[in-house]
Design a protein around this ligand. Sequence first.
Ligand code: NAP
Ligand code: HSE
Length: 432
Amino acid sequence: MEKTKVAIVGLGTVGSGVARLLLDYGDRTARHAGRTLWLEQVVVRDLAKPRDCDLPEGILSNDLRKITGDPEISAVAHLVGGLEPARSIMVSLLESGKDVVTANKALLAEHGPELFDLARELGRSIAFEASVAGGIPIIANISQCLSANQIESLTAILNGTSNYILTQMDERGADYAAALAEAQRMGYAEADPTMDVDGTDTAQKLAILAHLAFGARVHWRDIPRQGIDGLDVTDLRFARELGYRIKLLAVAELAAEGLELHVSPTLVKAGTPLAEVRGAYNAVRVVGDAVGKVFFHGLGAGQMPTASAVVADLIDTVVGRTAITFRSLELWSQREARVAARDPANISGRSYLRFNVEDRPGVMSEITGALGRRGISIASVIQREPPAGDGAVVPLVIMTHRTTEGALQTAMQDIDRLNCVRAGSVRIRIRD
Ligand code: NAP
Ligand code: HSE
């Protein structure tokens, strides 16, 4: 059988999974590719590190030139995280004539225009299925299978680490730090897990999906975002009592005024598919004008689910499919944006609010009055009996009807200035 030489840069969580699939299941990849994908070379940073896979003798090195200098290696899995040296490695690979497959969404979200332009100039391709939602084939679905549609909205859980932590806290009463440490141990988290929990990783993935689905030219830094790192377990409990779960949601929704885009912890109704996404699973709910609603669900982080997407991209690359789709992809092209982001102040929705208030007469009317003055209608209220003793501060939870971001922000500022309100007011979006 014909043999095509491939290589891997980075043999951490994902790289080891890719090596295992290529080495242990070569017959499977050969059946789909019509040729053997021969793992010729693996490059890492530290040769002394123990590895999670057995490599044939002599193929591991710490010298990238072993790949860039070998004209017979045609495709390379680039599985190094972060921005540098990941960017320089990608540039060297493209300049030495390699087609590249990557899982690095941070790199694409930051340097996508430069890297895609370079690949186009050099007649090379970059495949990136594993960069968004791990094992879920969402890039192929949006860019190919759903291409007859005008995508109307994407509502997604895109960070496995955050969803794992939320599930552990909500269902098992786990402590935040312990749940994060477990996510790191399982190989879900980034080398710097801050990006997982502060919404950055999700915003980077949403920026990629918004480029593909809507032709939006949005930088991830311009997407309003909030992570789970500031979430209080009290709100997980109130949400549950109200019949909701809290998920870190990425939303992109098309309206006449432009594209609504944000990443935030959000209350989703218990029992709905998004609320049932647990652990390191991700999900993407797509609404298209022809297809209607489509729901994708699968492991969004972890070794083998991510390796599954990388190896499928390698197969597509060596058989020539990626070259065809890469040329027609609008991602980071010079083409004008088809849609602009909406002014966040005009976006409307429902919200969950929690205030720490003094337990004394008139407090409720002061708060409801402040909301009413901004035209915000209340759907439900919870106030607990205070603990014994004077001067108690109690949580007051309010679910609003639909209102605009702008009105809500002004009302929250008004309320935070009231004497009866203590620090720590909380606002969480609701997605019905
Ligand atoms: P990782 O476990 O930290 O592995 C990174 C690898 O990159 C290590 O093997 C490291 O080598 C290598 N590396 C770093 N600098 C290098 C250099 N200068 N030259 C050669 N190799 C170098 O990371 P990972 O979890 O596999 O993630 C890799 C990428 O996939 C990241 O972009 C991540 O965002 C993305 N991703 C990860 C997951 C997941 O579940 N983990 C899922 C989807 C996407 P040493 O081992 O020698 O230090
Ligand atoms: N750290 C990422 C996550 C890996 O937890 O989702 C997958 O991109």
